[in-house]
Design a protein around this ligand. Structure first.
Ligand code: ADP
Ligand code: ZN
Length: 207
């Protein structure tokens, strides 16, 4: 695209599908091209580091922490050419408008986030962002049950909260066939047993 024209790129898919790796790759390439880059992540996502995007494979990129979508505009250096945003599901309210404003003002906006939640439902704000984006990349992980391409994030802990911050042991990637919306009943039973607290056994009764 010619310089001065903004656009929105969305990288979506389940956990472990390589969204953060792909975001970091694109942002690094922009830095190599000597573009002015700003990277944002929500304050709630402090699993690894408060000031870095970190992939499950431990790629890292410095980021600024924001409390909400409007905070991105407050922290924006208007000379910035490329804006990266990780974990947008924590910034649902207002992020579509913010991304549109940034793209309308000529910036390349790259957003990487979950497209579905632990129940397999569309996960805000990705569905709306897909409608306004110029570029969409859907990533797939590997199903931890059968090895097929996986589009689902399987929750392995017992809670109905929409967002539970966590990583290995709390979630795993599953394909369409192996995914069970929410927590499989067998796993709830396993969790009730003291010896199964660290890592739930995922075998279903009869399998
Ligand atoms: P995301 O941002 O989508 O959660 P990351 O970019 O943080 O994903 O991590 C992707 C990396 O996670 C892969 O390159 C691989 O090293 C690792 N990984 C762990 N479990 C899986 C899985 N089930 N499928 C694919 N990659 C996995
Ligand atoms: Zn599977």
């Amino acid at each position: 695209m010619s310089s001065g024209v903004g656009w929105i790129e969305v990288i979506c898919g389940p956990m472990f599908s390589g969204k953060s790796e792909e975001l970091i790759r694109r942002l690094r390439r922009a830095q190599i091209a000597r573009k002015r880059v700003q990277v944002f992540k929500p304050v709630i996502d402090d699993r690894y580091s408060k000031a870095e995007i970190v992939s499950h494979s431990d790629l890292r990129l410095n980021a600024e922490v924001v409390t909400d979508a409007a905070d991105i505009l407050k922290k924006m250096d208007w000379r910035t050419q490329v804006v990266g945003i990780d974990e947008p599901n924590f910034l649902a309210d207002g992020l579509v408008n913010v991304a549109q404003q940034l793209a309308d003002s000529g910036k390349q906006v790259i957003i990487a986030g979950l497209d579905t939640d632990y129940m397999g439902r569309p996960f805000s704000p990705i569905p709306d962002l897909l409608c306004v984006a110029e570029s969409i990349t859907k990533m797939l992980a590997i199903c931890m049950r059968c090895g097929n391409p996986a589009k689902h994030t399987q929750r392995l802990v017992e809670t109905e909260d929409l967002i539970v911050v966590g990583a290995a042991g709390m979630y795993e990637a599953r394909c369409r066939r192996c995914f069970e919306a929410g927590l499989p009943k067998q796993e709830v039973l396993e969790f009730a047993r003291p010896q199964a607290q660290s890592r739930p056994r995922v075998a279903k009764a009869g399998s």
